[in-house]
Design a protein around this ligand. Structure first.
Ligand code: ZN
Length: 274
């Protein structure tokens, strides 16, 4: 899933390439992903519009088009963007294509069609719950420790779930939640209510440092391959069975809540009953 650091770098790459370009043709190759909220025929309505801005909020990208239109892209687990030539091989997972007036093409692909692309008038942005119902972005100016504690306050349950839900802080998914908890030395299934003040402070510092450091690495590694998820520099996520980079213990992999969680039992001690 693209998370805040991935989308930060994708946005940065696309901005100079998309802003000012106009859309000369668009196609919806597969149904179920596009949510057209305009009442107009999508492929007719979008042609001729130009892209005036590209923004990011948490795990979503927002393209502003001229004359009162927006595209909101929520890639969820398996979606992504490709910037290429229209003659490049069309992958079977391609859902939407947009031809640009400089001869490039922007494609939205999604293996499992779990993501959504909304096409709408900006007045209706408030209807996209996933966009509105987000906490302050993890890559924005960090909250102070006390503000961070307040932001966490309404949420109960396991600390990893609170991080990925996006309401206390937005932009963190499964991968960066694992990395943040490793950095903070916290057991991922630890109940938030049980965190000591020192642990909260370690969590606060990791929540902001880990995604920022990731942006710096991704800016080096992603290049033109914005369609590829670069994750090979992560310390624990997807590294189950490999030695912990800090202590050498084998990294654990637990499947819970339909996703895998990776952590080090030595560096992040705890049990399900804590
Ligand atoms: Zn360790």
């Amino acid at each position: 899933m693209p998370e805040a650091p991935d989308l930060y770098v994708i946005r940065e790459y696309l901005e100079p390439r998309l802003v000012g370009r106009s859309i000369t043709n668009a196609a919806e190759r597969k149904p179920l992903v596009l949510r057209n909220m305009t009442g107009e025929k999508f492929t007719d309505d979008i042609v001729g519009r130009s892209i005036s801005a590209i923004n990011r909020k948490g795990k979503l990208l927002l393209l502003r088009l001229d004359d009162q239109r927006c595209l909101v892209i929520s890639p969820m687990l398996t979606g992504g963007l490709r910037y290429c030539s229209p003659s490049d091989r069309m992958e079977a997972t391609t859902i939407l294509t947009f031809d640009l007036d400089d001869g490039h093409q922007l494609r939205y692909f999604d293996q499992r069609r779990m993501g959504q692309v909304y096409y709408l008038h900006p007045d209706h942005l408030g209807e996209i719950v996933r966009l509105e119902n987000q906490g302050p972005d993890v890559l924005d100016e960090p909250l102070e420790l006390e503000e961070f504690k307040l932001a966490l306050k309404p949420f109960r349950g396991e600390v990893k779930g609170i991080l990925t839900r996006g309401q206390a802080v937005s932009g963190i998914g499964n991968a960066y939640a694992d990395e943040i908890l490793f950095e903070a030395g916290l057991f991922p299934f630890r109940k938030k209510s049980k965190l000591t003040s020192t642990e909260l402070s370690r969590l606060h510092s990791a929540v902001y440092s880990v995604p920022r450091e990731a942006v710096t690495v991704l800016q080096e590694k992603v290049g033109d391959s914005i369609h590829k998820k670069v994750r090979n520099f992560l310390k624990v996520h997807r590294n189950g069975g490999k030695p912990c980079p800090r202590c050498g213990t084998r990294i654990s992999a637990i499947k819970a809540n339909r996703r895998e969680t990776n952590f080090c039992r030595t560096c992040q001690p705890g049990t399900m009953f804590d």
